[in-house]
Design a protein around this ligand. Structure first.
Ligand code: GLY
Length: 400
């Protein structure tokens, strides 16, 4: 517990730093905030005029906006982006909307049929708790962590990502599939321990991170997408992909989830092994010969049709957010320069949409899942979310 309390202090410092209220000081951030506000004002005006609570995820081929139900894995990102706009502008209009869109997700705290509750409640309620100090949000966060913990398989030492007997996953013959994305859900568990004092969430998060470090990476520190475990013995049954090009390829968003995931594990634990892991993943990404000069990766580092393959902006924005945090731990390692370069690329007309276009999302050119033929070269709400988070981190580093 002593170690935990020490780390609690570290993480609190980080949260204070991420949550400070410095005014925007440079034009890069200012211009991008103005653009984001313009797009999301159109987006939220449409929602408010509908008289319902709609949750935008992406667009269809005809340009119409896809809205998702609250149990969709991406349902936390749009409310989360509204919180981040509030953090960037301090305009109470965004706080009011963020509360409304967040509280629509209340019953998600009981969701137990997939692991993504960490994304869903983390981006919405955790940001709300941090920025608005709403004490009733704490109960939702802790209940959600309880729900996520029901998916922990002690013999294997992992949180099971997907059920193996439902949907398209049932065709794959998995018993306990764990995807690298799951690293992102650990933030919910760490925060739930911080808020409740119940260390069981923290212990599950650490175990999951350790098991994943052992089994989900290749010698070059690229990550597999899916590792299937025997939940009774912990034996690794298969290493495969679901959304990447091939089982042995490096799916770009998977690398982004990995670098962000191990960075957040270091934030809460202070365990150097996690920061080392994030550094190794950074080297894999940024030394890769297929990484384009603008640092926005193709959807898979081994996509067969590079350089014609679609880019994945969501991988780039998530990586940028992680790199800014890594810079706070290792200020001389060049992480900020890489993040700045990604942000410069993303904010250019090549990736930032004109106001009123692109379904009113900020960024174009992300990829959901090429193997499923879904969401290819489109805006995605999570690309915008991590872009806004990276913008806040960039702003806060500039003002410190
Ligand atoms: N977590 C699902 C995805 O990255 O597409």
């Amino acid at each position: 517990m002593k170690t935990f309390l020490g780390i609690w202090a570290v993480s609190s410092l980080l949260l204070v730093s991420c949550g400070n209220r410095n005014t925007v000081k440079d034009n890069f951030v200012k211009d991008n905030v103005e653009n984001a506000v313009a797009q999301y004002t159109i987006q939220t005006d449409i929602i408010e005029k509908s008289g319902r609570i709609l949750n935008p995820r992406t667009i269809r081929e005809d340009g119409s906006i896809v809205y998702v139900p609250i149990d969709d894995w991406t349902s936390g990102f749009f409310p989360g982006s509204i919180w981040l706009l509030y953090e960037l502008t301090q305009d109470s209009k965004w706080k009011t909307l963020a509360e409304k869109y967040t509280e629509d997700l209340d019953s998600v705290k009981y969701l137990k049929w997939h692991h993504d509750i960490g994304f869903m409640i983390g981006c919405s309620y955790l940001n709300g708790y941090r920025l608005a100090q709403k004490s009733d949000y704490k109960e939702v966060i802790v209940e959600a962590a309880r729900s996520l913990s029901t998916r922990f398989r002690p013999a294997a030492g992992v949180i099971q990502s997907w059920d193996s007997d439902k949907g398209w996953q049932a065709q794959r013959g998995w018993k306990c599939p764990v995807i690298i994305d799951n690293m992102m859900n650990l933030e919910l568990l760490f925060e739930a321990t911080r808020l409740s004092g119940d260390s069981s969430f923290y212990q599950i998060a650490v175990k999951h991170a350790d098991t994943t470090m052992k089994h989900a990476f290749r010698p070059d520190y690229s990550t597999y997408h899916v590792v299937d475990y025997d939940p009774e013995t912990g034996e690794v049954r298969k290493r495969q992909t679901a959304q990447g090009y091939a089982d042995e390829s490096a799916w770009a968003r998977g690398q982004a989830w990995a670098i962000y995931g191990y960075t957040l594990c270091y934030r809460y634990t202070g365990d150097e092994r996690y920061l080392d892991q994030a550094q190794h993943i950074d080297k894999f990404i940024f030394n890769h010969p297929n990484l384009p000069a603008d640092l926005v990766p193709y959807w898979d580092f081994n996509a067969p049709d590079i350089p014609k393959a679609p880019r994945d902006v969501s991988a780039a924005s998530c990586t940028a957010a992680a790199l800014y945090e890594m810079h706070t731990y290792l200020p001389d390692a060049g992480y900020k320069a890489k993040a700045d370069k990604i942000m410069e690329s993303l904010s250019s007309p090549a990736y930032t949409a004109k106001v009123g276009e692109n379904g009113n999302f900020i960024l174009m050119h992300s990829v959901g899942s090429i193997p499923h033929g879904a969401e290819i070269d489109v805006p995605l709400n999570y690309a915008d979310y991590y872009f806004l988070e990276a913008l806040i981190r960039k702003r806060d580093l500039a003002s410190n």
